[in-house]
Design a protein around this ligand. Sequence first.
Ligand code: GDP
Ligand code: MG
Length: 303
Amino acid sequence: MSTTSSSDSKTYCGYIAIVGRPNVGKSTLLNHLIGQKLSITSRKPQTTRHTLLGIKTEGDTQFIYVDTPGLHSNQGRAINRYMNRVAITALRDVDVVVFVIDRNVWTEADAEVAELLKSTSAPVILAVNKVDRLEDKNVLLPHLQWLGEQFGSAEIVPVSALNNTNLAALEASIRERLPEGIHFFSEDQITDRNERFLAAELVREKITRQLGDEVPYQVAVQIEEFKHERGVRHISALVLVEREGQKRILIGEKGSRLKSIGQQARLDMEELFDGKVMLNLWVKVRSGWSDDERALRSLGYTD
Ligand code: GDP
Ligand code: MG
């Protein structure tokens, strides 16, 4: 008869919020910590609109990362108010906060996030990201010292999310701060979001990356059909824009732009879902969606 001892079967589990102003690399960090591309990223500041969980289970420990939209100072638009609510809510009830900043750059927006963090009782780890882009490494040390003075008890870890530099050290310091507890998700689950959601986000990412500054901000993606048949996912997505001119730009010369967006999105989906994807994209003008609370809710922007 075999016996199992319970004394050495302690497990650890907790929520880790990844916060910071837009564009510092929060979503990139989440993807590289998880080892899967879950959260969409781009050079444009408003890429992440929703909260998304990235789950990683390693031995006795389950890390539940919460990627948040950056905080927005323009509170005028409904979509910005929505993103701020989402980011602030994510700070409640987490066990660890990872505050991401960009090298030695410190802006008013970083200070606002720091101010917000005063209301959380969770331990804060500062991830000083993009160190690969530092031309003069000597500027980092005094900045780390300055940060140390500002954030008394916080641990500070310089990383490059993009190059996976020092992410193991960051993970180890998160691990030390996670409470003991049972795992909330099964071992193989990597996110709380379904494939429909992830598919829509990937289309939005390609649009954000391929188009000029003005268009992506006013684009929403709605999945109209998602069928899984004989190993193939058939997906139809409707892209909503605010104006006729944006629709023309998005479609491009003889449909070339939309085609290239669709191809790139499909390749990412096939990798993430590990299977073949047939993707159809449509573009429609629905003016006012980004500043209309009701339209936002109908597009899944609910909190
Ligand atoms: P978020 O708005 O904070 O979620 O930022 P994203 O993850 O979308 O990243 C914003 C931009 O910074 C993207 O172009 C990323 O490729 C880039 N980026 C993120 N992390 C790093 C890094 O460690 N090094 C460099 N050079 N670029 C990075
Ligand atoms: Mg992001």
